[in-house]
Design a protein around this ligand. Sequence first.
Ligand code: SAM
Length: 221
Amino acid sequence: MDAYPFSHFPPVYHDQVKTGTIVPLKTEHINFSIFRTDADFDLFYHEHFQLMSLKQWTPLAIARKAAEFLAEPGSKVLDIGSGIGKFCLTGAFFNPEATFFGVEQRHELYHYAKVAKNYTQLENVGFIHANITQINFKEFDHFYFYNAFYENIDQKNAIDDTIETSYSLYTYYTEYLLAALKGVKTGTRLVTYQCLDEVIDINFKLAWSSENTLLRMWIKE
Ligand SMILES: C[S@@+](CC[C@H](N)C(=O)[O-])C[C@H]1O[C@@H](n2cnc3c(N)ncnc32)[C@H](O)[C@@H]1O
């Protein structure tokens, strides 16, 4: 199952260049326009995903700041619950020296993240269709977490109706993440966005926080 009815991504740029339909421009020009504003980025996705952007996908400015903190040269960064790929793609575009991976449980979102990766031609980004419980955290250097499990207790803002609303599922995932983060090496960086304290291992030291505490940066001691 890999085909979904909607993709707003225009025909692949290189195909059009090959057929002589358009005058060649540098690929960077296209990516610069995609990553210019949230509206520019969201426009490439179906309206259904644009409408949930404010509540579900990291704003570009936040993604840039978070990614900059995580993108040590040569490191592998994991977005825990990557959605349509906005954090990973933004991180990869602005930080070519690091590689960004996203794990996403919903196949449709994973599919569109891959479509976007192909369209942007970014090589330092990859997407995995899996539940976070299937991931070996030790394969990654740094992590980004935008409160992915909150959807288990917040039916009102659900992405769709495929996931059970259940407090015990929320607790299970939260405890799972806490245990996984306990096992990562000293110096591991973590950025949390709109996240409650219960998912933070006490061995992570706060390195920076936005004034409203929505965006926080941590380093494992
Ligand atoms: C708030 S969205 C954030 C998306 C992306 N990280 C971003 O910042 O743009 C959280 C995402 O996590 C995914 N998710 C939630 N629980 C998950 C799990 N147990 N395993 C994998 N993905 C999960 C959801 O499907 C959703 O796409």
